[in-house]
Design a protein around this ligand. Structure first.
Ligand code: HEC
Length: 487
């Protein structure tokens, strides 16, 4: 735990990634599907001699260029910043494994951004056929970026046995292709392609809604109807592809869906029920608006309706992504690294290959921590343990909380520990920590929380720290950094 920990009050660092990611997905998938949309629309307009489409398409490609080239690109970089801060160890693992894939992806980004600009600026300036070729060129380059990033994203949920067998040995690169074309690569690619195609239609409805129906009724009706059709494949194939995807996810992770994350508040919907409800309702409403208004009465289709559809697509995307994220719990890379960066696969310690969990339990979690003050980390090793030094104990407890719990919990906000533990006194806190430390086989916590690691003394320091935050007013603990004895 030598990387700094990023404490984000109320929402937690995970949600910072989540919020940027949802925004980014809406745009990046449009960057892929939208390229295909533009090329196909231009091809269709040329073939059917619909010159009026050549007034709509340049406008749509301007919207496309700005949205993807500015907001898509910036939010993509935003994800890098956020994951680098929130999960540096996992980010490092991904870079070490996939640096070559990313290099290729960035090459395609460059091609993509350049050709999107060329495509927009050469409307009506170069021969139609050549312009269309630029469009296809863009579309193909954009799909290549998806083929690549999909391998890396799917890897986090299903790194595959071949890679896991060598994880931590320094030989990971020898399993590059197995890790890249991992068990969920193809179903997840299929799902993402469907999302790309659907989002191409959704965003085209936004620009399409702005065509003036009094001046160009025929164009508007045609654009709106044709765009609605782009939603159709997703609605029919999404359920099938989702089942295919889930069939490739290991049972241990599916357990999470069955279990439902509702350990508190009995009777509440399980997590999967909630996510499925949100995405089904959002999708059904999109379908209803798309068919009843857009398809049947395209001239009535206003900008407001288009925004409503974008918003619903946002909700569906968010719940889908949240589910994908939940499926990975308690790992960030399933089977290899827990969300709090502790490794489940063996590492080399003094010539011996043992898991980090074992190592921390044996030698102490704070032992090699550069954040622990001299003396704090070694308290457990000396017989005259300075446990009466309560400030230092609390400081050590806080470090453990930050290192091991803050990846998923906040103190007062999202999954707030104060709320989750408000009914527990020190003894009860000690009990639950003991259980987290060595969870029994049948414990539901195993499915979504990593084992708590450290020596008995460290676990007790965490218990004392957690007990102390329960009895403090929230303004003091909000920043998470005002514990006495910290520097
Ligand atoms: C991988 C993510 C993750 C990590 C890391 C994690 N937790 Fe949790 N924890 C969860 C989830 C998910 C829940 C369920 C929350 C809910 O039901 O709202 C939970 C629930 C809890 C609960 C309530 C359990 C109950 O049944 O009342 C406590 C207490 C708790 N966590 C303590 C901790 C402590 C202490 C740490 C650090 C040692 C920790 N957690 C680390 C994900 C995590």
């Amino acid at each position: 735990m030598n990387y700094p920990v990023w404490i984000v009050p109320h929402i937690g660092s995970g949600w910072v990634i989540g919020l940027i990611a949802i925004f980014h997905i809406m745009i990046s998938h449009f960057a892929i599907g939208g390229g295909l949309y533009l090329a196909m629309a231009e091809w269709r307009a040329l073939r059917t001699g619909r010159r009026d489409w050549f007034e709509f398409l340049p406008r749509h490609s301007k919207f496309f260029l700005i949205l993807t080239g500015v907001y898509g690109a910036v939010s993509g970089v935003g994800i890098w910043f956020a994951i680098g801060l929130a999960a540096p160890e996992a980010t490092s693992t991904l870079i070490h494994n996939f640096v070559f894939a990313w290099a290729i992806e960035w090459l395609f980004f460059l091609v993509e951004l350049t050709s999107a600009a060329v495509y927009y600026y050469t409307w009506n300036r170069i021969p139609d056929e050549l312009h269309l070729k630029v469009g296809w060129f863009y579309a193909v380059a954009a799909f290549f970026t998806l083929f690549i990033i999909n391998g890396i994203l799917a890897f986090m949920l299903t790194p595959g046995d071949a890679w896991l067998a060598v994880a931590g040995s320094g030989q990971e690169a020898s399993r590059f292709f197995q890790a890249f074309f991992n068990p969920t690569y193809w179903p997840s690619l299929a799902l993402r392609i469907l999302v790309c195609v659907a989002l191409a239609g959704v965003w085209a409805l936004v620009t399409g809604s702005r065509i003036d129906e009094t001046k160009q009724p025929e164009l508007k009706a045609d654009v709106i109807r044709w765009s609605v059709r782009w939603l159709v494949p997703a609605f029919f194939l999404m359920p099938i592809c989702t089942l295919w995807y889930l069939a490739c996810v290991p049972d241990s992770q599916l357990e999470l869906l069955r279990l439902g994350i509702s350990t508190v508040g009995p009777g509440s919907f399980s997590h999967v029920t909630r996510a499925v409800l949100v995405s089904t309702m959002a999708s059904a409403t999109i379908l209803a608006v798309a068919y009843l208004v857009a398809y049947r009465k395209p001239l009535d289709f206003s900008f407001g309706y288009a925004c409503a559809i974008v918003f619903l697509a946002f909700a569906a995307t968010a719940s889908g992504e949240h589910t994908r994220e939940m499926l990975r719990k308690p790992y960030v890379i399933v089977g290899h690294m827990y969300s709090n960066a502790i490794r489940a696969t063996p590492v080399l310690v003094r010539g011996q290959r043992i898991s980090e969990v074992e190592r921390f339990n044996r030698f102490g979690y704070l032992r090699d921590s550069i954040w622990a003050r001299e003396g704090h980390d070694r308290a457990s090793e000396t017989s005259q343990s300075p446990s009466n030094d309560s400030a230092s104990t609390l400081a050590r407890g806080e470090l453990i909380y930050r290192g091991q719990c803050a990846a998923c919990h906040t103190l007062n906000g999202y999954r707030g520990l104060r709320r989750l533990m408000r009914e527990r006194d020190l003894t009860a806190i000690r009990n639950i920590l003991t259980m987290l430390h060595d969870p029994p086989e049948e414990s539901p916590y195993r499915a979504f929380m990593p084992p708590l690691v450290g020596t008995d003394d460290e676990i007790d320091a965490l218990a004392l720290y957690l007990d102390s935050i329960l009895h403090k007013d929230s303004s003091q603990t909000q920043s998470g950094g005002k514990i006495a004895g910290r520097h």
